[in-house]
Design a protein around this ligand. Structure first.
Ligand SMILES: Nc1ncnc2c1ncn2[C@@H]1O[C@H](COP(=O)(O)OP(=O)(O)O)[C@@H](O)[C@H]1O
Ligand SMILES: [Mg+2]
Length: 399
C-alpha cells in the first residue's frame, strides 16, 4: 500500500557541525541536529536567523563551509542537489499555469521517465484530497488548494525527506490554521520525515513533534512543544515561544527543593528542578496564563508566589480571555491572561491588584543576566507584548 511505501522511505537527517559563511557574514555558526525518521520537526525562529539557509544546505542548494549532512545514515555533503532524496515546498508555490493539476503533479515523474506517472499523480492528489479537481488549472483553485497541489507535487517523488520553507506563509490566517492540521495529518499518514521551517510559533507548536528554536544561526533549545513552553531555558525562548513574565534578582536562599530569588524587594520561589541556575544573579519567570489576579490582598501561603500591590495600566479584552498589564513597584510590568469565566473583564485600568501563582509553575533561566540579553536591555515584558502585537498586525496586513 502507498502508505507503507512512503513510510519505509522516511529517513533520519543529521547535521554535524554545520557552519555556513557568506562573504562577510556568518549565517550559521555551529549547528548539530538529528531528526529521526518519520518525525515532524519544526525549525522555529525569527526572520533572518538562518532557517532558509539550513534548508538550502540540506537540499544541496548551498554548500556548507564546514560540517557534514547525512540522510538515512549516508553522507550526502558532496552529493548534488538532484541526487538527494529530498524535496522542498516553498512559500511561493509556482505551479505551471498552462497545465492541469494532474499534469503539474505528474510533470517531474514524466521528465525523469518514471513508470505510471499519471497513476502516481492521482495517488498523491488523493492524499491531499484534490483528486476530484485533477483536470482543473491552477488559477481555478483557491490559494489553499494550490498549496496542496504543490505538496502533492513534492510528495509524488517519494522523497525520504520533505523540506517545507514557510509553505503556508502566503495563505490567510484562517486557511493557514486549516492547512496546518491537514499537513499534520498527511505527514502522519505518509510517515515521511518533514522538516518544516517557520517564524510562526503557534504553527510550530501545533504541527511538530519536536521544535527547535533558532536564534542568530544557533539552536537555543529543542524538544516537544509542551516541554519548551512549560520549561523554557533562555530568555529568548521564554519570549519567542509564547510570552513570559521575567524577574531578575539574586538567589538569597536554597533548599533541596527550591531556590528563593529576591527581585525588586519581593521574594520569588522556584523549584530547584525547574531552575537552570541555583546561585548568584538569576532570571526567573512564569507564563501569564498561570498568574492569578486578586482584587484584594490574599493570605500568603508557602506554595504560591505573591506580588503586589500593583496597579492595572492596561486591559485588553479578546473574547475568550482578558490580558491585564500591571505595573508593580520594583518589578516592572506583569502580564496576566485571565479566562473570561464571568461577563467581561473582572478589573479595570487603575485598580489596585495583587498577583499570585503556584510555585510549581515558575521556571529559572540559564542566561547570565549580567551578559547582554538578545532583546534590548529596556525590553520589559510589556514592550515585548507590544512588539508581538505589532508583528501580528503587520502579518495580518501583509496577508
Ligand atoms: N547568499 C547570501 N549572501 C549573504 N548573506 C546571506 C545570503 N543568504 C542569506 N544570507 C543572510 O543569512 C542570514 C540568514 O538568512 P535566512 O537563512 O534566509 O534566514 P531566515 O530564513 O531564517 O529568515 C540573513 O542575515 C541573510 O541576510
Ligand atoms: Mg526564510
Amino acid at each position: 500500500m502507498v502508505v507503507r511505501e512512503f513510510a519505509e522511505r522516511g529517513a533520519d537527517l543529521e547535521l554535524v557541525g554545520i557552519q555556513k559563511r557568506f562573504p562577510g557574514f556568518t549565517a550559521i555558526e555551529s549547528l548539530d541536529l538529528t531528526i529521526p525518521a518519520g518525525s515532524f520537526f519544526a525549525l522555529l525562529g525569527p526572520s533572518g536567523c538562518g532557517k532558509t539557509t539550513t534548508l538550502r544546505l540540506v537540499a544541496g542548494l548551498e554548500e556548507p563551509t564546514q560540517g557534514r549532512i547525512l540522510i538515512g545514515g549516508k553522507d550526502v555533503t558532496a552529493t548534488k542537489s538532484h541526487q538527494r532524496p529530498v524535496n522542498t515546498v516553498f512559500q511561493s508555490y509556482a505551479l505551471f499555469p498552462h497545465m492541469t493539476v494532474l499534469e503539474n503533479v505528474a510533470f517531474g515523474l514524466k521528465r525523469r521517465r518514471i513508470g505510471d506517472p499519471l497513476g502516481k499523480a492521482h495517488e498523491a492528489l488523493r492524499l491531499v484530497e484534490l483528486d476530484h479537481l485533477a483536470q482543473r488549472r491552477p488559477q481555478q483553485l483557491s490559494g489553499g488548494q494550490q498549496q496542496r497541489v504543490a505538496l502533492a507535487r513534492a510528495i509524488v517523488n517519494r522523497p525520504a525527506l520533505l523540506l517545507l520553507d514557510e509553505p503556508l506563509g502566503a495563505l490567510d490566517l484562517k486557511l493557514r490554521r486549516q492547512m496546518q492540521l491537514e499537513l499534520k495529518s498527511i505527514q502522519e499518514e505518509v510517515g515521511l520525515t518533514f522538516l518544516h521551517v517557520t517564524h510562526d510559533q503557534e504553527e510550530a507548536m501545533t504541527m511538530a513533534d519536536t521544535v527547535a528554536v533558532m536564534n542568530k544561526g544557533a539552536i537555543e533549545q529543542m524538544g516537544a512543544p509542551e516541554v519548551l513552553y512549560e520549561l523554557p531555558r533562555t530568555t529568548f525562548v521564554a519570549n519567542f515561544l509564547g510570552q513570559s513574565n521575567l524577574f531578575t534578582g539574586a538567589v538569597v536562599a536554597t533548599t533541596g527543593a527550591a531556590i528563593t530569588v529576591e527581585a525588586g524587594g519581593s521574594r520569588i520561589v522556584v523549584p530547584t528542578a525547574r531552575a537552570q541556575r541555583h546561585q548568584g544573579e538569576v532570571t526567573v519567570g512564569v507564563r501569564p496564563e498561570k498568574v492569578v489576579l486578586h482584587l484584594e490582598e490574599p493570605t500568603a501561603t508557602p506554595d504560591r508566589n505573591l506580588l503586589g500591590p500593583g496597579r492595572i495600566i492596561d486591559v485588553s479584552f479578546s473574547g475568550v480571555s482578558t490580558q491585564y498589564i500591571i505595573e508593580t513597584p520594583g518589578l516592572g510590568t506583569v502580564l496576566v491572561f485571565a479566562q473570561n469565566v464571568g461577563m467581561g473583564p473582572a478589573a479595570a485600568v487603575g485598580d489596585e491588584v495583587w498577583v499570585s501563582w503556584d510555585v510549581e509553575h515558575g521556571f529559572g533561566l540559564d542566561d547570565d543576566p549580567a551578559e547582554a540579553g538578545r532583546f534590548p536591555a529596556d525590553a520589559s515584558t510589556r514592550s515585548i507584548a507590544v512588539q508581538q502585537r505589532e508583528a501580528l498586525v503587520t502579518e495580518l496586513e501583509e496577508n
